[in-house]
Design a protein around this ligand. Structure first.
Ligand code: KIV
Length: 277
């Protein structure tokens, strides 16, 4: 990430295979930038990735602001998208106030919200106020239980048509891009070909304009049994971390750490003087 991207740069790179990664704090944001991603997402996956919840529903604006500020401190030059959490955009007033906090207090460059035609008036109000909005369709984790759980969406004709219509509604309302989560790859390809917004896929096949993954999943520190078909764990960092902690514990217990190389010395005369009072 050489210079700081703008919404216009990123929108202009439709078809260019954009790379987005979640970040929740300064070190993960710094690593994302060092790894060369195009943009960071402070996702409300924060709930599961960091806060120990089993869904995104309990995540609050206070949580999101706290972590977006931390990510911004770790990556001052990054393009950062912040997720509006569950019910934080239930009305235009709420959405404007909360999105303003992300932009003004936490240094976000865009907000993201979930939903299709039903959130178009909210998107319109935010965009009119000058706030860039990324949409999120397909599996929308904030309402996953209403969608029947974490499973592939838009599998039938109605669902497919609805996905196309919702993408159109978000584009009309002014979204600059849209996440497509857990939808069949050929349908994501069709949606991508029908919209001027860059589509960012997760579990939506190779033909979206970009991809996003959750940091913890990519580096292998999420629950070992969390293995959805779309997920590629690029490293097993969690294993390396556990091994490091085991070595530390063993060396402390065995009297091997800290050794001389990891301790501060002192002039012997000085020590004697202190000793003798
Ligand atoms: O919260 C999140 O991390 C997300 C991505 C999975 C797109 O919304």
């Amino acid at each position: 990430m050489g210079h700081k991207h703008t919404v216009l740069d990123l929108k202009g790179r439709k078809g260019a295979r954009l790379v987005m990664l979640t970040a929740y704090d300064a070190p993960t944001a710094r690593l994302g930038v060092a790894g060369g991603v195009d943009m960071l997402l402070v996702g409300d996956s924060l709930g599961m990735a960091v806060l120990g919840y089993d869904s995104t529903v309990p995540v609050t604006m206070a949580d999101m602001l706290h972590h977006t500020k931390a990510a911004r401190r770790g990556a001052p030059g990054a393009f950062i998208v912040a997720d509006l959490p569950f019910l934080s955009y239930a009305t235009v007033e709420l959405a404007l106030g909360n999105a303003a906090s992300f932009m003004k207090d936490a240094g976000a460059d865009s907000v993201k919200l979930e939903g299709g035609a039903e959130v178009a008036p909210i998107v319109q109000a935010l965009v009119r106020a000058g706030i860039p909005v990324m949409g999120h369709l397909g599996l929308t984790p904030q309402t996953a239980s209403a969608l029947g759980g974490f499973k592939l969406q838009a599998r039938d004709e109605d669902g497919g048509r609805r996905l196309l219509a919702d993408t159109g509604a978000l584009e009309q309302a002014g979204c600059w891009s849209v996440v497509l989560e857990m939808v069949p790859a050929p349908l994501a390809k069709l949606v991508t070909s029908r919209t001027a917004m860059p589509t960012i896929g997760i579990g939506a096949g190779p033909d979206c304009d970009g991809q996003v993954l959750v940091y913890n999943d990519l580096v292998g520190i999420s629950a070992p049994d969390f293995r959805p078909k779309f997920l590629k764990r690029y490293a097993e960092t969690g294993e390396a971390m556990r091994t490091a902690i085991e070595h530390y514990a063993a060396e402390v217990r065995g009297g091997r750490y800290p050794d001389e190389a990891h301790s501060f010395g002192m002039n012997a005369d000085l020590l004697r003087r202190i000793e003798s009072g």
